[in-house]
Design a protein. Structure first.
Length: 212
């Protein structure tokens, strides 16, 4: 089957945050157990619009019952620096410029409202026919519906689409489960170690491999 479309994850794939914010780092900023944060972050932030950054921080702190203004301000400053410092990985813009003339392109991301800002600031929207942010669509990867919605909007069949992402479960396995082809992008920054137990994973190390 001829490939007609490529779907990209956003953070960790096309761009990276200025501080590399993670659940672990955010829980340390707030001084709360990471388990408590992870339990509700999806329903709190990733499948609903929360307004601006201040609104999102308020949602999180209200849920965690944090009233200490120093902690609230620390979280606000931390996320602001992370968002403001977001940059595309080396080679991203050139690859997108070339690929948009060869394929239909889409972005599919589990993302909270404030983290959409760099997408437009970096002028990435112009490359994509379909944009799927979980906070807008209220569906998360690796749910099959997320992938099938994107390919329907692109007007292609599952086997005609390739998913590229840095998250093995959400991007790689999720795409395969929906009938798409997939590539796991490994820049050496991932959380899965050497993946020695995943011998059959199709992976790439940079976008140059998509241009061949």
């Amino acid at each position: 089957m001829v490939r007609k479309a490529i779907i990209f994850d956003l953070y960790g794939t096309l761009i990276y945050g200025g501080l590399g914010a993670s659940a672990e780092k955010l829980s340390k900023v707030l001084d709360v157990p990471i388990e408590k944060w992870n339990t509700q972050k999806k329903s709190l932030l990733l499948i609903k619009e929360t307004g601006n950054l201040e609104d999102s921080v308020k949602v999180v702190c209200n849920y965690l019952k944090i009233k200490d203004k120093k902690k609230i301000n620390a979280l606000l400053q931390y996320i602001t620096k992370d968002i403001d410092g977001a940059r595309p990985y080396i080679g991203t813009l050139l690859a997108l410029e070339i690929l948009k003339d060869r394929y239909k392109l889409a972005v599919l991301s589990n993302i909270s409202t404030p983290y959409k800002t760099p997408f437009d600031r970096l002028d990435l929207r112009k490359y994509f026919s379909t944009i799927f942010f979980s906070c807008e669509r209220r569906i998360l990867k690796p749910q099959k519906e997320a992938f099938l919605t994107v390919i329907k909007e692109l007007g292609v069949l599952p086997e005609e689409a390739l998913m590229v992402g840095d998250d093995y479960n959400n991007d790689y396995q999720g795409a395969l489960g929906a009938g798409l082809d997939a590539r796991w992008i490994d820049r050496g920054e991932h959380k899965y170690g050497k993946l020695t137990f995943l011998k059959d994973v199709k992976k790439i190390n940079s976008f140059r491999e998509l241009l061949i």
